[in-house]
Design a protein around this ligand. Structure first.
Ligand code: SAJ
Length: 424
């Protein structure tokens, strides 16, 4: 089996490597020559558990290679980014560019699968584009005739940090442009997926992906809203959530400094954009989560102004134990504080070798956990990295702490609590 994976990013590269491990011959195609060179030398340009060993193995075995040029194959998997513009409109340019390059090498019997998170209707647009570019091929779902090619949508659902495991173990939703297309794609995923593979139509599969991430965003917004209310009340939100979650039908997520990454903070907008009139809840959740970041900046600034000395901003990553700083609320908070408080700010990020370029000229410096503990009387916890979580109370008992992730529940509360006293 010859497979082409278009896009060698956080999803495409692990997917290509996992397919290559089954013995299929995989060509990974990327627009970046440096990414292609890195992969061909058996190395990886992204940090993901066990990915380096897997890629070096399949490249050495000759089942994975990379190129900037596409080649004929049996299955094409499109895993390119789908960003949004300033008005939150989804931008499927990269998907259409990838499909255009596939069209040039497509032959009867081939399967084209879109994995990129996409607005509903994108897979049909891909099908229509292929039909326009290749009038010699019968595309699926256009006439009653049997099609020459299959076109399907199968969203990736993997969690950064657990990608290789979840690629295999997660259930997959496979949406065909026609039922026959879904079955064709299903046979492909069965090669490497251990989870259940469930078939549906392409539009339902597209909406399912957006729904999953919107669901999580709405639930995190609920937790973030609670954290603001609890602050007003002078109540520990973590305690409230822990207790409420003892109810058999309550399962509240964790508040934090906002929602980051390139999925949950983006995908809900695809639903809002498609039907603004009917999505007040999803839109508001986005606003609550973005607003939480501004709230944390204000809280941190007030704390920093109230005390002298260096300030440790703990973490830049968009979530725990990864090196991914894209759309990170922690980075946004730390950067805003660095711009305002300059050389008082020490950034602690074990997953960064240097401060991101945006910090240049602010005066902020990167430091390690030990130095921060020794030198910073003020600590702002922005990411729940395990290495931060394990700092014992005796090393931080005297610090002024703003813990946006609730990793130090035993930290003495030093901020004046709003009084909610009952007269006795
Ligand atoms: N977060 C909280 N509180 C929580 C959970 C998360 O503040 O209780 C924050 C995180 O710190 C982070 C953001 O939300 O900033 C997103 O993190 P995440 O771990 O929820 O999700 P991602 O973005 O790493 O991956 C999500 C996953 N989707 C769902 O869980 C529904 C993953 O399965 C998807 O494949 C991925 O998006 C994607 O690519 O769409």
């Amino acid at each position: 089996l010859q497979v082409v994976v278009l896009g060698l990013g956080y999803i495409g590269l692990p997917t290509a490597a996992v397919i290559a491990r089954t013995g299929a011959h995989v060509l990974g195609v990327d627009v970046s020559a440096s990414v292609v060179d890195t992969v061909n030398s058996g190395r990886v340009h992204i940090e993901e558990v066990d990915l380096d060993g897997l890629v070096s193995g399949v490249v050495a075995r000759g089942t994975l290679r990379a190129s900037t040029q596409i080649a004929p194959a049996d299955v094409f998997v499109i895993a390119v980014p789908t960003p949004f513009g300033n008005d939150h409109a989804p931008d499927i340019t990269y998907v259409l560019q990838a499909a255009t390059s596939v069209a040039a090498v497509l032959k009867p019997g081939d399967t084209v699968i879109l994995e990129s998170t996409s607005p509903v209707g994108t897979t049909e647009q891909v099908r229509d584009l292929l039909a326009r570019l290749r009038p010699d091929l019968k595309v699926p779902g256009r006439t009653g005739e049997q099609a020459d090619i299959a076109v399907a949508y199968c969203p990736e659902r993997v969690l950064p940090g657990r990608i290789l495991q979840e690629l295999i173990d997660n259930d997959r939703v496979i949406g065909g442009v026609t039922p026959r297309c879904a079955r064709k794609a299903l046979a492909f995923y069965r090669r490497f997926v251990r989870g259940a593979c469930v078939t549906t139509n392409a539009r339902a599969a597209e909406m399912t992906k957006l729904t999953e991430n919107a669901f999580r965003d709405v639930n995190i917004a609920f937790a973030n809203e609670l954290s603001l209310v609890a602050d007003t009340m002078g109540v520990d939100v973590w305690e409230v959530i822990r207790l409420a979650n003892r109810h058999p039908r309550v399962n509240i997520l964790n508040p934090g400094p906002g929602v980051g990454g390139h999925c949950i903070a983006v995908d809900p907008w695809f639903l809002v954009h498609a039907d603004p009139a009917n999505t007040p809840l999803i839109r508001t959740a986005r606003q609550v989560n973005d607003g939480k970041t501004d709230h944390v900046v204000a809280q941190a600034a007030a704390l920093i102004e109230s005390a002298p000395g260096p300030v440790a901003c703990m973490g830049l990553a968009f979530k725990a134990n990864i090196d991914d700083f894209r759309e990170s609320p922690a980075l946004k908070v730390a950067l805003t504080l660095a711009e305002r408080f300059g050389d008082r700010i020490r950034v602690v990020e074990p997953y960064a070798r240097a401060l991101p370029a945006a910090f240049a000229g602010t005066g902020a410096v990167l430091t390690d956990v030990d130095t921060a503990i020794e030198t910073c009387p003020v600590m702002i916890v922005l990411v729940d990295h395990d290495v931060f979580r394990s700092v014992p109370l005796e090393e931080r008992a005297t610090k002024l702490v703003l813990d946006t992730r609730g990793i130090w529940p035993d930290q003495p509360r030093r901020r004046a609590q709003p009084a909610l006293r009952v007269a006795v």
